[in-house]
Write a protein that binds this ligand. Structure first.
Ligand code: HEC
Length: 104
């Protein structure tokens, strides 16, 4: 019984640590995005981008991957610039960013 509790507790602890690390990474990664999208994601980047604030992690991740793969808003003049940012990041980092931005 004690052992089960110990395993349970260490799982909770590890999950919390992991979440905290992901948040810190997200904040660090978002440093590169702030200038255009605003500290809380509510800015209309370069008068084009819809606000990131209020979007779900799934929506954000789909869009970021779309830029990376050249499938999202390809007709926009400004899309290649976003693609340049997305391409520099791994899928893992894009997910961390999407999860982080969804908390705004
Ligand atoms: C130099 C300014 C600039 C920087 C820096 C920048 N963005 Fe963007 N972002 C834009 C513009 C402009 C658009 C709209 C592009 C388009 O589709 O025409 C955009 C679009 C987006 C979108 C899609 C929004 C939507 O709903 O269509 C997401 C998501 C996004 N950016 C996330 C990020 C993230 C994450 C970073 C940091 C890694 C970042 N951006 C850095 C200017 C910027």
């Amino acid at each position: 019984m004690k052992r089960i509790i110990a395993i349970g507790l260490s799982t909770v602890f590890a999950t919390t640590l992991f979440a905290a690390a992901a948040m810190a990474d997200g904040a660090a990664l978002y440093g590169a995005c702030k200038g255009c999208h605003g500290a809380d994601g509510s800015k209309t980047a370069m008068n084009v981008s819809p606000a990131l604030k209020g979007q779900s992690a799934d929506e954000l991740l789909t869009k970021l991957k779309g830029y990376k793969e050249g499938t999202y808003k390809v007709q926009d003049k400004t899309a290649p610039m976003m693609a340049k940012f997305a391409k520099k990041l791994s899928d893992e980092e894009l997910k961390t960013l999407a999860d982080y931005i969804a908390t705004f």
